[in-house]
Ligand binder design. Sequence first.
Ligand code: ATP
Ligand code: MG
Length: 570
Amino acid sequence: MTENLPDNKNNTSPTNFIENIINEDLKVNKNNNKVHTRFPPEPNGYLHIGHAKSICLNFGIAENYHGLCNLRFDDTNPSKEEVEYVESIQEDVKWLGFSWEDRLFYASDYFEKLFLYAVELIKADKAYVDDLSPEEIRQHRGTLTQPGENSPYRDRSREENMDLFQKMRNGEFPDGAKVLRAKIDMTSPNINMRDPILYRIMRAHHHRTGDEWCIYPMYDYAHPISDAIEGITHSICTLEFEDHRPLYNWLIDSLIEKTEDFKFRPQQIEFARLNLTNIVMSKRKLRELVEAGHVKGWDDPRMPTISGLRRRGYTPGAIKDFCERIGVAKSNSTVDIALLEHCIREDLNVNASRVMAVLRPLKVVIENYPVGQVEELEAENNPENPDMGTRKMPFSRVIYIEQDDFMEEAPKKFFRLAPGKEVRLKHAYIIKCEQVIKDEKTGEVIELHCSYDPTTKSGEDTSGKKVKGTLHWVSAEHALEAEVRLYDYLFIEQEAIEDEEKEKTAILNPYSLEKLKSYIEPSLINSIAGQRFQFMRNGYFCVDRDSDQDKLVFNRIVSLKDTWSKIKKA
Ligand code: ATP
Ligand code: MG
């Protein structure tokens, strides 16, 4: 019995309420001591960071308890589902580092069985064919304070119901003309129990079953049965399904005696969905952004989709760490997106090489440095991780520094470059600003003339000089030109945009993408899409898939400023 106890019991992480339920189940040997979960996406869009929470939870529980987790496509609504989504979902789950092994299922695999179970329900007088229109069904349903009314078709005989349901399947009625409903209780205080619809007529091409079916099961009907068929023990879903749980149990209880197919009585457990600040988190809304052209596809680096985060430069490790930290709870709350950013910074701080890139270049001529001379200066790749070694940085007479590292009239605490002031160039020399060259027409600073002190070479400095500022730079002759893409949040809204009302009023940020022509140190010449770096003082960056031999393209993953630590302290 102890063999299934989770691995994390050896360490200090506290159990969450779902693990508590599972631990209790294991104590009483429920489900033959098995733990079997599933991740059940509907293939009607790309997965987002909220789904990552569910994936980490379901696959994570299976891993911890030496159990299994299935991937099951919940493809019961063909009008919105596509193969493109099926493929992207598999890619995303794999990329996060989880494996369903040979357990890839589709609810549509069970269409025939689901039909036969519906026949069983009819035989047991637990389902009937209703001719009311969708509008009439709504009117009969009642409200939270008023009971519903029985449909005039509720008392059809079993024989008539069987005949009509078979004819529904045969395509003898037009779309929407009839539905199959569970016969439960129109006066139930729980609206989900007021004779919920089990099947609807819908002539839609299904990406797997083609035109074989013209009736499709409802999610609430297909889901518990799919769970039971697959031997799922713990069916974890989000809180909005709490009120559907009695229906889930009613279906299992109604059918479990009638079939050998159901291995266990699966238990539905609800947890709070992830909401993030500055982000919409519904596939429907994300699809709107794609279709309206506000972003360039589902994997636009501004999107909270897993593919967007991947392209932006997020690592699976950072996303899993984030999901671990937010934990699972029973009441909804909103997580600050700064926590997600904190997780990727922590990861890349130890794992990404530091390199120098000048995003908005200002030319600097070092007048006393010999023309044509090039020095290869030694630069460490990551001070947090000495194992990452060193590289050479060419230094020469003309370099670029960042435009905002110079101010003509600098305030006292500006420790960067200003007329007559000295700064250190990282891994190189101390330079002094001697002369400012401006565009005659615009007055804009276009070039600085500086001098360098040869006794101040990094690592060999004998000058005894102390300067406060250290700037990054690149050698103009050697630097690579690159397109650097800086991102801001897609929405100006600070709160989580978790419901349709908020979605309507949420304002898109018109400045969510900025493209710069920048200069990058030459060691990045062979960098390939997906590689991540820290551009010193500018943030963490990832080579975009638009990058090629002719043009390097980088996405900024995050800046270096960690707002999370502040939030945590406040
Ligand atoms: P959306 O509302 O974004 O379309 P969904 O719940 O309709 O999401 P599904 O494909 O049905 O999307 O979701 C698959 C699984 O992921 C479900 O078990 C669902 O509960 C879970 N899930 C979806 N969104 C979140 C979220 N924000 N946080 C945690 N889990 C989520
Ligand atoms: Mg859904």
